[in-house]
Design a protein around this ligand. Structure first.
Ligand code: PLP
Length: 381
């Protein structure tokens, strides 16, 4: 701990040095992150509500009303009208909370998810002492529904479907999943990445299968405003079909003004993100998101065309703005691109070079990445 107060200028100068070491989306070289530069109005809203804490909601009725409006807007976006929910710190917290609710409703331990599900489900099982049952994928790299129907049994509390997988952006057949499992088994959909993409792709004529509350069997959905929602970090959302279900995880907090408070995993909550999400959603509207998603898909297809010119095929035709490329020794390629200043990632299932084409990734940065990739692959062949 620092002993004496230090001057502002010295502190700010050191903060600036640290910031300069970080990678920034505006550089156009980060093609691995599922987050992006938040909208200016989201940054402004975040700063305005920096003191808000919905962990003590009675003190923040204004922020609480913003959260209510955000959840209502997200519910409509995701095919549900009267669903309940709240803003949490991200996809991980939303997924853990969903399984917490599922376990408490069912009083059972098994949870079925696929190899493509986010690692937060393993965290959830660890924390909640649940038993993970990991199933395989079909030829489209989506959950093997037949295997789910074989493995679901009387000890199953929940099944997880993914609408926009972390590695490939693949969308599980949520309707088939819901039909394959008995009534009473909680069906959670992880749309942390897809929640702010898939509804807009649909509007553009893409054949996106139903993945949201329009499927009767869907119990809850995670969707992150801090990914394609253009809001600030940390902003995730959990939507749950029945408000009552939140009671199963409720704990009394007699020392707090918790009127209307969401039963959440976090105590203190960064509620500036609520205001930022409200601002982002209102300022973009459906039209604004559709434009952003459309732009990301155009850049993704531009990248795909570039890859094919180099003789590289994708693992799947991109469904969303993620492109995984079948290159030899993806780790080595990633390392060489890293040496040239590029931040790209690697997928495991199957091993491939993974590009996440977020709104900060432009045609120009893709062109310059592929110029370097050509050199790297050329050396490899
Ligand atoms: N679910 C999916 C599908 C994801 O892609 C991610 C993160 O990439 C998460 C959950 C976890 O989200 P967070 O990092 O916001 O906790």
């Amino acid at each position: 701990m620092w002993e004496k107060p230090e001057p502002r200028a010295a502190i700010i100068s050191d903060l600036e040095k640290a910031l300069a070491q970080d990678h920034h989306f505006s550089d156009g070289h980060v093609i691995s992150s599922m987050c992006t530069s938040p909208l200016d109005i989201a940054r402004e809203a975040h700063a305005m509500f920096i003191e808000s804490n919905l962990g003590n909601a009675g003190l923040y009725p204004g922020t609480l009303s913003l959260e209510k409006q955000v959840i209502e807007a997200m519910a409509v976006l995701l095919g549900g009208k009267h669903v309940a929910g709240g803003i949490v710190s991200g996809g991980t917290e939303a997924n853990i909370t969903a399984l917490w609710i599922a376990r408490n409703i069912a009083k059972k331990k098994k949870v079925i998810f696929s190899r493509s599900a986010h690692f937060s489900f393993h965290k959830a099982c660890d924390i909640l002492a649940m038993e993970p049952v990991v199933v395989g994928l079909d030829e489209k790299y989506t959950i093997n529904v037949d295997e789910v129907s074989r493995k679901v049994d009387r000890d199953t509390a929940a099944v997880v479907g993914v609408a926009g997988s972390t590695e490939l952006g693949a969308v599980d057949d949520i309707r088939a999943l819901s039909e394959a499992i008995p009534d009473g088994v909680f069906l959670h959909v992880d749309a942390a990445f897809g929640g702010f993409v898939l509804p807009f792709l649909r509007g553009m004529g893409s054949r996106i299968p139903d993945f949201d509350f329009s499927v009767q069997g869907v119990s809850s959905i995670a969707a992150d405003p801090h990914k394609m929602g253009m809001s600030t970090v940390p902003s995730g959302a959990l939507l749950v079909r029945e408000r009552e279900w939140f009671r199963t995880i409720h704990k009394d907090a007699p020392y707090l003004d918790t009127l209307g408070q969401l039963s959440a995993l976090s105590g203190t909550r960064c509620s500036a993100a609520v205001a930022a999400t409200y601002a982002a959603m209102r300022s973009l509207g459906r039209e604004g998101y559709a434009r952003i998603v459309g732009d990301c898909m155009r850049v993704t297809h531009h990248a795909l065309a570039k890859a094919r010119k180099l003789g590289i095929e994708p693992v799947i035709e991109p469904v969303m703005n993620i492109l995984c490329l079948r290159v030899q020794d993806p780790r080595a390629v990633q390392k060489e691109l890293d040496a040239k200043g590029w931040k790209v990632s690697v997928a495991q299932n199957p091993p491939s070079l993974r590009l996440v084409i977020m709104p900060h990734v432009t045609v120009e940065s893709v062109d310059s990445l592929f110029a370097d990739l050509e050199g790297v692959i050329g050396v490899k062949r």
